[in-house]
Design a protein around this ligand. Structure first.
Ligand code: NDP
Length: 316
């Protein structure tokens, strides 16, 4: 059997929340160990340009920013590791975790920063332009600015889709909203706001058949009416998907309190505490509302400070 590693602070996940927690924990001499997870750098690594993170007047690409955060954490000797935490056991005061290579780690404190993943339709053409960074996005607040004065299409009918469509309508010449049923899922107030915005056109019973484009990026969407079968091409340069997010919290089920969709619940509002003592949460794993790099970084800082206070409490 391999040796058990013991640490004061284990950080699970490597988005802005995880790296910020690592910077604070390392500077507090907690010698944090951070496991990066399946997608080192998190959701921002699929974002092209980040222009709204304070401190980057010229903007920065998502992957570059995450590399800088990683380097900043390493500067204070945070132990950043490529690997996945696959299983946890939070029965006792020492929290047990297992990595994908079978290593067992016992941590006095844990910071969960596993984030969330945007859901996509899964069409080949959608994924192609997403990977090219050329016209497909799941975040209007992040990427809407790049489509100023242009036509965009957004898929979805929940509160997020309505909020994002409304956000886009202020930047874009026209927004076409594709709703797969004959009604919204969103709250009435959000749906009404979209319905009353002149440059948003809503197409009910409409699904995306294909995202169209060329070597430069998206040029339109082939949409189909799922009642009549009628197809139509909608010209656009930006295709936004707002069909929900999935928090990456499966391994914590049964240990940590979550809502029905898997978002971790804070045990005390205004803190990073979970229902398990010594386990803290930061970033999108507990946030279905803001989902911004800067808010994730902020809660990463909170989690590290809370973890530090908890550790000092154990020692005295
Ligand atoms: P939701 O799960 O509420 O809505 C997802 C929407 O996407 C649904 O309308 C669904 O359609 C549609 N959808 C799902 N899959 C597909 C598909 N393959 N093709 C086309 N459409 C699809 O997610 P949200 O992100 O909108 O909201 C999540 C939670 O966050 C909710 O509780 C919401 O109220 C909350 N929220 C609140 C906000 C606020 O109050 N300011 C802002 C944003 C979110 P269908 O309806 O047919 O199932």
């Amino acid at each position: 059997m391999s040796e058990i590693e013991i640490t004061d602070c284990l950080i699970i996940g490597s988005g802005p929340a995880g790296y910020t927690a690592a910077i604070y924990a390392a500077r507090a001499d907690m010698k944090p160990v951070l496991y990066q997870g399946i997608q080192p750098g998190g959701q921002l690594t699929t974002t092209n340009e980040v222009e709204n993170f304070p401190g980057y007047p010229q903007g920065i690409t998502g992957p570059e920013m995450m590399l800088q955060l990683e380097q900043q954490a390493k500067r204070f000797e945070a132990d950043i590791r490529f690997g996945i935490i696959e299983k946890v056991d939070f029965t006792g005061p020492v929290h047990k975790c297992w990595t994908d290579s079978g290593k067992e780690i016992h941590a006095k404190t844990i910071i969960i920063s596993t984030g969330a993943s945007a859901k996509y339709l899964g069409l080949e053409s959608e994924q192609k332009y997403l990977k090219m960074g050329a016209g497909v996005s799941a975040c209007a607040v992040c990427d809407g600015f790049f489509y100023r004065g242009q036509e965009t299409v957004i898929v979805g009918a929940g509160d997020s889709a309505c909020e994002e469509a409304h956000y886009l309508s202020k930047l874009c010449s026209k927004v076409t909203m594709l709703v797969r049923r004959d009604e919204f899922r969103a709250s009435k107030i959000m749906a009404d706001r979209v319905k009353n915005t002149p440059n948003i056109e809503i197409l009910f019973n409409t699904e995306t058949k294909e995202v169209l484009g060329d070597d430069n990026g998206v040029t339109g969407v082939l949409a189909v009416n799922n009642v009549t079968g009628e197809e139509k091409t909608i010209p656009c340069t930006g295709f936004f998907v707002a069909i929900g997010h999935q928090p990456n919290t499966d391994i914590f089920k049964g240990w940590i309190d979550m809502d029905e969709t898997g978002y971790i619940k804070y045990a005390q509002p205004g803190t990073s505490l979970t229902n398990v003592r010594g386990v803290f949460v930061a970033g999108d794993a507990a946030d279905k509302n803001y989902r911004q790099a800067i808010t994730a970084a902020g809660t990463g800082c909170m989690a590290a400070l809370d973890a530090e206070r908890y550790l000092s409490g154990l020692e005295h």
